[in-house]
Design a protein around this ligand. Structure first.
Ligand SMILES: [Zn+2]
Length: 221
C-alpha cells in the first residue's frame, strides 16, 4: 500500500467516524439548533434562508444548466459542512432537493472531478457523492472515472475571472470515449461556470452528444 492510499484510507475512516459523531436528523443542518419543526433536515426558520435559484445561465458546450439554491450564507454553510467531511450524508440532503428537468434525456451522470490534492486531503470527492446519490434517485448510471484533472491548478478563489479561465484550460480530460452519449454533469457550486465548461469541452472532444449540468448552488453574478 503506498502512502497516498494509506492517507486516503485514514481520511475515509475519519469521515465514517465523524458521521457517527454527528448523526443525521438530530438538529437543523443550518443553525444546528434542536427543533420540533425539522423537515428535510432543516428547521422552518432556516428553510426561508435557502433561496431557490431562478434565472437562466448559459455555459459554452452545455445545452442546459440548472441550479437549486442561490449561493448565500445559508447554502455556503451547508456546502462547507458537506465538504469538510463531517457530514458526507449531506449529499443525500442536496440530492433530495435536486430537480432534473424531465425534458433532459441523458444516458449517464458524470461528476465534476476533484483535484488529486483535494481528494487526498478530504478522503473523498464531494461531487462523486452527489453523482452517486443522484444515480440512486434517478436509476441512471454514474461514471466516477470519466473525467480527470491532469494538472494541479491554482485555487480558483484567489484568481480573477480571466485568470480562472486560463488556469483551468486543458486541465480536465475525459479518459474514455463517450461517443454519442448524452451526459448529465453534477457539481456542488457554479460560479463563473468555467469548471463546467472545461468538463463539457473534454466530453465533447470524446464525442459527447448533449450535455446538461445540475449544481447544488449558484453564485449570482
Ligand atoms: Zn435552522
Amino acid at each position: 500500500m503506498n502512502s497516498d492510499t494509506i492517507k486516503r484510507k485514514v481520511n475515509e475512516l475519519k469521515n465514517v467516524l465523524s458521521s457517527c459523531i454527528y448523526p443525521k436528523g438530530f438538529c437543523c443542518e443550518i443553525c444546528e439548533n434542536e427543533s420540533d419543526n425539522i423537515r428535510d433536515g432543516i428547521c422552518d426558520e432556516c428553510k426561508d434562508k435557502l433561496v431557490p435559484f431562478i434565472g437562466n445561465f448559459t455555459i459554452q458546450y452545455i445545452d442546459e444548466v440548472y441550479s437549486m439554491f442561490v449561493y448565500n450564507d445559508a447554502s455556503r454553510g451547508l456546502i462547507l459542512k458537506f465538504k469538510s467531511g463531517n457530514r458526507t450524508y449531506l449529499a443525500e440532503f442536496f440530492v433530495n432537493f435536486m430537480v432534473v428537468p424531465k425534458s433532459w434525456d441523458y444516458d449517464v451522470i458524470v461528476p465534476v472531478p476533484s483535484k488529486e490534492s483535494s481528494r487526498l486531503k478530504r478522503g473523498f470527492s464531494q461531487c462523486d457523492l452527489l453523482a452517486e446519490e443522484l444515480s440512486k434517485k434517478t436509476n441512471k448510471p454514474c461514471d466516477l472515472k470519466c473525467l480527470k484533472f491532469i494538472k494541479e491548478t491554482e485555487d480558483q478563489k484567489t484568481l480573477t475571472r480571466k485568470e480562472r479561465e486560463k488556469n483551468l484550460k486543458n486541465a480536465i480530460v475525459s479518459v474514455k470515449s463517450v461517443e454519442g452519449k448524452n451526459i448529465l454533469l453534477v457539481d456542488d457550486i457554479r460560479t463563473t461556470g468555467n469548471t463546467l465548461k472545461e468538463c463539457a469541452r473534454a466530453l465533447k472532444k470524446q464525442g459527447a452528444n448533449k450535455i446538461y449540468a445540475v449544481t447544488c448552488c449558484a453564485d449570482v453574478i
